[in-house]
Each structure stands twice: as structure tokens, then as C-alpha cells.
Design a protein around this ligand. Structure first.
Ligand SMILES: C[S@@+](CC[C@H](N)C(=O)[O-])C[C@H]1O[C@@H](n2cnc3c(N)ncnc32)[C@H](O)[C@@H]1O
Length: 279
């Protein structure tokens, strides 16, 4: 064993030991120190590459939802997912606390067409579908086909499969997905009322700028971005702050990382103020 791997092993053992002691002292699981959160952190590298933790928790979630949540009951499906993430396996959903910020933004925007970047298991798309106007649709873009398939099973179970369109791809893939969104899904000039950005943090800004360049937004379109503080999208935050009062007007919602109250996070809600003539 090299000295670096020995140090890592010692650190991991000390961390797990501290977690066990903290949980014992608290008399109940401390959310931040649950094994499922530690396992999630250990899978961070794989998560970045593949969008799954690597221990089958996403598949387990779909099985659990279809086995235990009331079919056709979107509230119950959301409740079961939150419960799974709190008590069984941590999930990188927007979660219940930040989900309320997302719900309020969707209610304010009253959008007809919502575009999401980063589907994962379909939780945030479900939340948006629950509060959007009855004739609205969500189109959600996910790079990992396995995640998209899990999300579709969950939406189908919740009875909203018809109102959420899943597109496997990425805005930054050189134009393929952008062309499909335009040609197959009718996303075109001024049609997007609401965007939820929750995928690869380094892609937030380039993907938003691509959407703006395509002309898909209109004055009044709302863009909500998760995880701006943790894991963090500093270039996105700097861009929005530098454009404040000009092209964009933003509200900064200080909150917590999903499913715990220790790590702090920032959700940015930004209104597009540009008009197409000014482009
Ligand atoms: C934080 S999760 C999304 C959580 C989801 N919005 C929710 O709250 O339920 C991020 C997801 O983005 C996906 N992803 C990563 N890079 C992407 C990209 N460039 N385009 C689209 N999806 C991407 C990952 O595979 C992962 O499923």
C-alpha cells in the first residue's frame, strides 16, 4: 500500500468511526453522517461520469416507489421518494426543502413549457408537474439513459407520464440534442417559459447561454438553478450577478443541501429581461 492510499484508508476509517460515534451520541441517525451519504460521497467520481452512485440505489428507488406508493397519486409518490432519501438511501434530488422554492417559482411563472436539464430519477420533474398549469408540459434532458428510464417508470406510476417528455442527451453535445429539441419536440423561438438547471455544475453557464442564443426564452422567462453554492457553480453565479438589472434580474434563495440541515446551498431564481429585438 502506498503512503497516499494508507492515509486515505486511515481518513476513511476515522470518518466512519466518527459517524458511528456521532450517531450513537445523538441516539438517532445524524442525516449528514448516514452510511448512505458516506457511500454517496465515495461514489462522487462515478457520479460525475455516469450520473449514478454505483450501488443500485436509483433502481431500488424505482422498485420501492412502484411497490409502495399509491398508483396515480403524485403526492404519495413524492412523499415516498422523500422518505426513501431521508431514511434509506440519500438521493441527489432537489429535495423537499429546496423543492418548495422550485414549486413557488413554477406557480409564479405559470409556464406552458418547462425545460429541465438533469432528470436523475424524475423527482423535480414530478414536483414541477404537480404545480404547473393543467395544460403545461415539462421537457427534461438527461445524459444517462438508465436514469431517464427509471424516471419514466416513476412518472408512469404517478400518472403523469403524458405530461413529462424525457429526452436523452445534453445541450453541450455539439448540436445534436439542441436540434432534436427544436425539430422533434417543438422547442423554438420564445417558447420556453421556465428552465430548471440541475445537471453538471460546470455546464450550467454554457448550456444557459446556448439556450439564450437559440432564442428559446422570452422576457419574463424564469430560470431556476440548484446547487449554486454546493457543490457550486461559481461562474454561473458571477455571470448572474454581473448581469443583474440588465439582461437578468435574480433572487438568491439561501437554503440547505437536500435531505439534511448541515451543509448550506443557494438556489438562484433569475428572470430573463432581454427582448428578442435587442439580441
Ligand atoms: C442532481 S441530478 C438531477 C436531479 C433532479 N433534477 C431532481 O431534482 O430530481 C443531475 C443529473 O444530471 C445528469 N447530467 C449530468 N450531466 C448532464 C448533462 N450535461 N446534460 C444532461 N444531464 C446531465 C446526471 O446524469 C444526473 O442524473
Amino acid at each position: 500500500m502506498t503512503s497516499r492510499s494508507a492515509a486515505l484508508a486511515t481518513f476513511a476509517a476515522a470518518f466512519v468511526g466518527a459517524a458511528v460515534i456521532a450517531n450513537r451520541l445523538a441516539g438517532k441517525p445524524v442525516p449528514f453522517l448516514r452510511w448512505s451519504v458516506i457511500r454517496f460521497a465515495l461514489g462522487a467520481r462515478r457520479l460525475l461520469g455516469e450520473g449514478q452512485v454505483g450501488d443500485g440505489r436509483e433502481e431500488a428507488l424505482a422498485a420501492h416507489v412502484t411497490a409502495t406508493a399509491r398508483r396515480g397519486d403524485i403526492d404519495d409518490v413524492i412523499r415516498v421518494i422523500d422518505d426513501f432519501a431521508h431514511t434509506r438511501s440519500f438521493l441527489m434530488n432537489v429535495g423537499d426543502e429546496k423543492g418548495e422554492i422550485l414549486d413557488a417559482a413554477v406557480r409564479r411563472a405559470r409556464p406552458a413549457l418547462l425545460l429541465e436539464l438533469g432528470t436523475y430519477c424524475g423527482y423535480s420533474a414530478l414536483r414541477m408537474a404537480r404545480v404547473m398549469p393543467p395544460d403545461a408540459t415539462v421537457c427534461t434532458v438527461e445524459i444517462n439513459p438508465a436514469n431517464a428510464a427509471i424516471a419514466r417508470r416513476i412518472w408512469e406510476h404517478a400518472g403523469v407520464g403524458e405530461r413529462i417528455t424525457s429526452v436523452v442527451g445534453s445541450i453541450g453535445d455539439g448540436g445534436t440534442t439542441v436540434a432534436r429539441l427544436r425539430d422533434e419536440y417543438g422547442i423554438d423561438t420564445g417558447t420556453v417559459d421556465f428552465v430548471f438547471i440541475d445537471h453538471l455544475k460546470s455546464a450550467y453557464l454554457p448550456d444557459l447561454l446556448r439556450i439564450v442564443d437559440e432564442g428559446w426564452l422570452h422576457p419574463g422567462s424564469l430560470v431556476v438553478a440548484d446547487n449554486v453554492r454546493f457543490p457550486g457553480a461559481p461562474d454561473y453565479l458571477a455571470y448572474m450577478r454581473s448581469e443583474e438589472g440588465g439582461r437578468w434580474r435574480s433572487k438568491e434563495h439561501y437554503t440547505h443541501v437536500e435531505y439534511q440541515r448541515v451543509l448550506r446551498d443557494l438556489v438562484l431564481e433569475s428572470e430573463f429581461c432581454d427582448d428578442l429585438a435587442g439580441r
